[in-house]
Ligand binder design. Structure first.
Ligand SMILES: Cc1cc2nc3c(=O)[nH]c(=O)nc-3n(C[C@H](O)[C@H](O)[C@H](O)COP(=O)(O)OP(=O)(O)OC[C@H]3O[C@@H](n4cnc5c(N)ncnc54)[C@H](O)[C@@H]3O)c2cc1C
Length: 478
């Protein structure tokens, strides 16, 4: 059996997935998921493809088969380069559109494992638990995602003013584990993930320790409801080349008194320890590194679509079109350069791990929240009404109208069929439900950009910037 098929089979594990008001008995057979799951299964198979597996994986020390490089604990710059190569390969295979192929959450787990001794004082079992989990995830190809935010009910309320059940909390514990109640939004890839990394996104104050936990929750636990948004998947791969392959489902997780086994309780009732884990530079840098490599791949793809569209309608010679295409290329170079800078400025942490410099990655993630919506705007400005000059089915026309379509839908340098397909692809990026979701995703996946940009200022060494200014003022005799 192929690795991809093993992954698909493993999803029939009793999980409770809700879509359109119905429980989905088998996600692998539902049209909302089949296209996306086929893509993921193919990527899993690439770890067994000679010639590819060496680029994207490493032989697991325990089971011999190749494990994805997201699980590679980097000890050298070469290791970091191997991680980059794997992220790039999976991102390019999915045109940067699929961002939650679990290499982000896997990197987080790898980071926690790599710095495990930092949390021994907080919980003497942390190191052993994360080591066992890391090895199992690596060797069993576990698919992972994160679910961190509280549901968007009333953001003006503090935890203590909120309905106590709105925010995920531990309500009791017994010899088997802890019982959690509440909800988390949003978990991308939730219906087909094996495990969720669960911890609070924001700092929990010391008065409410029951809300401060770090858990790894199996998707099939009793009482865990995975409530999906509307599906944006299309079954028409010609008309919707992206929506038919890459719709990563987003879901809310509702925990209706879910018993999480002790083995999966990494930290509990300890706001400061949970916050240190959440803020851990090594783990975050390894995970953020993946997001930047992936985002650069997506901007490259959008730039490619924009250049092809400009050429296809003969507008690539106009100065303002060239200016806009040039802007897209500067976006790509900027993100790529920041990823490279993070690797060049990587350093050895206290545990001997080679860690990319996180500052460059945070800058890249912030820039991407503005770059991507701008890239889509440019694509709209270049294709303009052409996106609406696409017949509903490109290939089904017969008789004399088919010749007329060949004539009037042709492009400057391409056939009508090629141009129609190109604009269908462009529409999937700018106008389809999937396209709209992606603009929202790139704006928000790394957190609220208002606060993440502000954090760059708040956390900066401001004196480095202001000292030369005050020195100059003083030189002027003040
Ligand atoms: C498509 C998509 C996929 C996602 N996938 C995942 C995932 O897989 N895992 C995961 O953990 N998360 C995921 N997220 C969640 C993402 O991390 C959050 O959307 C992001 O952190 C912003 O939080 P929010 O959506 O709750 O917005 P809110 O915090 O509710 O913000 C809404 C508005 O109110 C403002 N606002 C709210 N509170 C404050 C405040 N205290 N101070 C100032 N302004 C405030 C914000 O600036 C914003 O304008 C996903 C989000 C999207 C859109």
């Amino acid at each position: 059996m192929t690795r991809g098929q093993r992954f698909l089979n493993s999803l029939n594990d009793g999980r409770t997935v809700w879509l359109d008001g119905q429980q989905v008995p088998d996600v692998t057979r539902h049209p909302a998921f089949t296209g996306t799951l086929e893509t993921i299964a193919r990527l899993f198979d690439s770890l067994d493809t000679a010639g590819v597996r060496e680029q994207i994986g490493f032989p697991s020390p325990r089971v011999g088969q190749y494990a994805h490089n997201a699980f590679l604990v980097p000890r050298t710059r070469e290791d970091l380069a191997r991680r980059t190569a794997a992220f790039t390969y999976w991102a390019e295979q999915t045109h940067g559109v699929m961002s939650r192929l679990s290499d982000y959450a896997r990197s987080m787990v790898t980071g926690w494992y790599a710095v495990r001794d930092a949390f021994s004082q907080d919980d003497p079992h942390f190191a052993d638990k994360i080591s066992r989990y890391y090895e199992a995830a690596r060797d069993q190809d576990l698919f992972l995602t994160t679910a961190l935010l509280d549901p968007q009910i009333n953001r003006a309320k503090r935890i203590d003013e909120e309905n106590p059940d709105a925010v995920l909390r531990i309500v009791s514990e017994n010899h088997e584990g802890v019982v959690v109640r509440g909800a988390k939004m949003i978990a991308t890839a939730a219906p087909y993930t094996h495990d969720f990394l669960i911890f609070p996104f924001h700092h929990v104050d010391s008065a409410h320790p029951q809300y401060a936990h770090a858990l790894i929750v199996p998707a099939n636990l009793k009482g865990l409801h995975i409530v999906c948004r509307e599906s944006f998947a299309s079954v028409d791969a010609v008309q919707h080349p992206l929506s038919s392959r890459y719709d990563e489902m987003d879901a809310v997780l509702i925990f209706d008194d879910v018993l999480v086994p002790w083995e999966r309780v990494l930290l509990k009732d300890n706001p400061e320890a949970v916050w240190r884990l959440r803020q851990n530079t090594s783990a975050n840098a390894l995970a953020f590194h993946q997001t930047v490599v992936r985002a650069a791949a997506k901007l490259r793809f959008v730039a490619g679509v924009a250049c092809a569209i400009a050429e296809s309608i003969g507008v690539d010679g106009f100065l303002h079109v060239q200016e806009k295409l040039g802007e897209l290329l500067t976006q790509v170079d900027t993100l790529q350069a920041l990823a490279i800078a993070s690797e060049v400025h990587s350093y050895t942490d206290d545990f001997g791990n080679q860690i990319p410099a996180i500052g460059f990655l945070e800058t890249a993630r912030n820039l991407n929240s503005r770059y991507y919506p701008r890239a889509i705007e440019i694509l709209q400005q270049i294709g303009a009404g052409g996106f609406m000059q696409v017949p509903s089915q490109a290939t089904d026309y017969t008789g004399s109208v088919s010749q007329l379509i060949d004539k009037y839908f042709a492009g400057a340098r391409v056939s009508a069929e090629a141009k129609i397909k190109l604009f269908q692809l462009g529409w999937d990026l700018i106008g389809s439900q999937l396209g709209a979701r992606h603009q929202l995703y790139e704006r928000y996946y790394a957190g609220d950009p208002v606060r993440t940009f502000a954090n760059q200022y708040v956390n900066a060494d401001k004196a480095r910037y202001t000292k030369p200014v005050w020195d100059l003022i003083r030189q002027a005799g003040v």
